[in-house]
Design a protein around this ligand. Structure first.
Ligand SMILES: Cc1cc2nc3c(=O)[nH]c(=O)nc-3n(C[C@H](O)[C@H](O)[C@H](O)COP(=O)(O)OP(=O)(O)OC[C@H]3O[C@@H](n4cnc5c(N)ncnc54)[C@H](O)[C@@H]3O)c2cc1C
Length: 381
């Protein structure tokens, strides 16, 4: 029995998306990896076809879909091995800040563009000296006379270069409490003083741009604050359940694809005596172990997606899932390359890119150590 209930509409959506990916994404993905960039137009194409922000309500141009649509987009993108577009980051991590905390005016102004792909979003929390501990952030937001002046910088911001709208966390210096003195602002590209720094040269996610952002006394109207002043930290915490779930989705879908690819490889590849690799017991056991881990991951994940869709508080479980599934995916990809022998070090082998792309999943969106720290706190250990 399936834990998730896929309707005919979900299946039709998946079929359309798969066709879209095989037509527009797969043939180009290798070039994007080499260029370390994807054309901006791809976002608009995704939007035109209704593959962005599937949860956004119809009144703002979305399809008002449930979270299964989000999981389908993540799964199909993982299957294509394309990390540059990162629709999940835009649709299911950043834009939900606007759908949940935005005013009517903010929703009307930004959501239609987020759905159509005219607006690409980024979330800017991390700073050179504030990663895991967000309360040590130095970027300030001074609110005065109906305006906010933002000063400081952020680093490692995904889609930082492409982004038209950054959701920026900053400290309000007039509030001493680090937890209650942080607010979130919507900062448009082109605002005087808002500069995009260099694209960071990182390992993996080659076509995904990751950048520094600089704010030199950026003056924006107070209406660009999301929610109430000082509620930023709580708002960030409130959105982490879905962010961690998204990380777990990427990890499980990536690991599944890897194991399927590896099984296929082991059946088709023989040793010198013409015996397929899949007939060696050591390899069989390794494949069985990996397939079991992936199944455990999928079952846990689907249950969490179902719970999340019901609105349950599964912060503990999604934090567990984030660290366990990303560690598991890294284990599976590492072992797969080992089993493939020299082909496991060959650039043309798609699992090599998969291994490189998976590496960072234990670091971003809160490191796996931080996940365990959070779970230990929530368990009152
Ligand atoms: C590819 C990529 C994309 C990213 N995209 C974004 C983005 O879009 N937006 C954004 O805001 N950020 C983004 N980040 C930043 C990411 O969220 C941070 O890298 C992450 O939160 C960790 O922060 P840090 O790198 O400063 O490590 P640090 O916080 O300096 O941690 C260093 C090490 O110490 C450990 N550690 C720290 N504190 C504790 C503790 N209390 N207990 C146990 N161990 C601890 C960590 O687990 C880690 O191993 C991205 C990062 C990468 C690599």
């Amino acid at each position: 029995m399936n834990i998730l209930n896929y309707t005919d509409e979900h299946q039709a959506f998946r079929k359309r998306l798969r066709e879209f990916i095989s037509t527009y994404v797969v043939p180009q993905a290798k070039h994007w990896e080499k260029d370390h960039f994807i054309p901006r137009d791809m976002w608009r194409k995704m939007g035109e076809e209704g593959f962005l922000c599937t949860n956004v309500a119809r009144e703002y141009g979305g399809m008002g879909g449930d979270f299964i649509y989000s999981s389908i987009v993540c799964e199909e993108m993982a299957a294509s091995m394309q990390t540059g577009l990162a629709p999940t980051l835009h649709s299911d991590v950043v834009v939900p800040y606007i759908t949940e905390y935005g005013s009517d005016a903010q929703k009307k102004k930004y959501l239609p563009g987020c759905v159509s792909g005219e607006i690409v979003t980024a979330i800017a929390m991390t700073e050179p000296d504030a990663g895991s501990d967000l309360t040590s952030m130095r970027t300030t937001a001074v609110e005065e006379d109906g305006y906010v002046t933002i000063s400081g910088s952020k680093t490692f911001i995904s889609s930082g270069i492409h982004s038209d709208l950054a959701v920026v966390a900053a400290r309000n210096p007039d509030i001493a409490d680090p937890y209650m003195g942080m607010s979130i602002y919507l900062l448009e590209a082109g605002t005087p003083g808002f500069e995009k720094g260099k694209k960071l040269d990182k390992m993996g996610w080659n076509s995904q741009d990751t950048a520094e952002l600089f704010f030199n006394n950026c003056r924006i109207p107070i209406e660009n604050r999301l929610g109430d002043k000082g509620m930023g930290f709580l708002m960030l915490m409130g959105k982490l359940q879905q962010e961690r779930l998204c990380c777990a989705m990427g990890a499980v879908y990536g690991a599944e694809m890897c194991v399927n690819g590896l099984m296929d490889y082991c059946k088709k590849t023989s040793d010198a005596s013409d015996k397929p690799l899949s007939k060696f017991q050591a390899i069989q056991f390794a494949l069985v172990e990996m397939a079991t881990e992936v199944k455990i991951g999928r079952t846990f994940l689907d249950k969490l997606i179902a719970d999340h869709m019901e609105g349950l508080d599964v912060k503990v479980e999604t934090s567990m899932a984030k660290f366990w599934t990303t560690d598991m995916a890294n284990r599976v990809l590492g072992k797969s390359l080992e089993i493939m022998g020299e082909f496991g070090s060959y650039e043309a082998n798609p699992l090599v890119q998969g291994w490189r792309d998976m590496r960072v999943t234990s670091i971003f969106a809160g490191t796996n150590e931080i996940m365990k720290y959070i779970v230990s706190k929530l368990m009152r250990l």
